[in-house]
Design a protein around this ligand. Structure first.
Ligand SMILES: [Zn+2]
Length: 285
């Protein structure tokens, strides 16, 4: 999955250090992120790649996180022009960027960039906010409101009925592949409540015997996904929510396409079911 970057190490420690020329810089413009591509290998540019603009860029940039001790900064000025090997990679295409630590850096940075941008003003009194000097938060200098990064809990549900898995396809979304039931947790709900409600809302069936599988930070949609397998409870007839889905159907284990190598928890859960391993304890718990 996209966060599985071992042996590389992600360090989210909040730092206030000023950027230096050798640090990485993440630009988010034109609906994408600026990356360098050399052959099949992607990387994140460094400030030193922008000769002549280094000083202004490093002065304004803010630290986001480290990977393997190397610092990644968010650019807070427009990209001052790019070299031939650089390209704007849409966030959707970041899914196929390799090595994985570059994809992870690009998408994780995008969630922070989006959040900082959307919290430029205090939601309570409208005053321009400031970045906290103590922690990853923005604060309102007038009324004191503190806002932390937005992470929305959500569930991914693999509903099984013996050797059949319930698959769906989203309506009105760019992703056209098979999906599992998914939905955001609402206020006052447990994750298990969300599973029961979302399955009933999207496909109209009951489920039982919920088994937690793994979770995944999914920065594409500001979510923390929690994956569950569960068993059909009673009638398998599907009643589709056509606002959310264009298709919902049962597929035999033997007919499932291979999803090896995909970056998503959804794909890993489908693949695990295909291999008959859905009741095994996950690796690296
Ligand atoms: Zn305020």
């Amino acid at each position: 999955m996209i966060q599985d970057i071992s042996p590389h190490v992600y360090d989210r420690t909040y730092r206030q250090d000023k950027a230096t020329a050798g640090d990485h810089v993440l630009f988010y413009e034109k609906g994408g992120v600026l990356l360098r591509k050399q052959g099949e290998n992607w990387s994140v540019p460094r400030f030193s790649d922008f000769t002549g603009a280094e000083e202004e860029l490093t002065e304004k940039a803010r630290h986001l996180f480290n990977i393997d001790g190397e610092s990644y900064y968010l650019a807070r000025s427009a990209c001052p022009g790019q070299r031939e090997e650089f390209s704007w990679c849409s966030l959707r295409d970041v899914r196929s960027v390799r090595p994985m630590e570059v994809a992870f850096a690009a998408v994780t940075g995008s969630q922070l960039a989006r959040w900082y941008r959307s919290r430029a003003y205090c939601g309570r009194c409208g005053t321009p906010t400031e970045w906290s000097t103590l922690e990853r938060a923005v604060v309102c200098p007038k009324c004191g409101l503190i806002e932390y990064p937005k992470i929305c809990p959500a569930v991914i549900v693999a509903v099984t009925d013996g050797d059949r898995l319930l698959l769906t396809r989203y309506a009105n979304r760019p992703f056209k592949g098979y999906a599992l039931i998914a939905g955001f947790t609402e206020i006052g709900e447990t994750l298990e409540d969300t599973v029961h409600r979302e399955v009933m809302e999207e496909v109209g069936v009951r489920v039982k015997n919920l088994r937690y599988y793994k979770n995944q930070p999914w920065s594409f949609s500001d979510t923390l996904l929690t994956g569950f397998y569960c068993d059909l409870d009673g009638d398998p007839a599907i009643t589709l929510d056509h606002n959310e889905l264009c298709e919902g159907f049962w597929m035999e284990r033997s007919e499932l396409p291979c999803r090896e190598g995909d970056v998503s928890l959804t794909a890993e859960m489908i693949e695990r079911f295909r291999l008959g391993r859905e009741n095994e304890k996950p690796e690296n718990p």
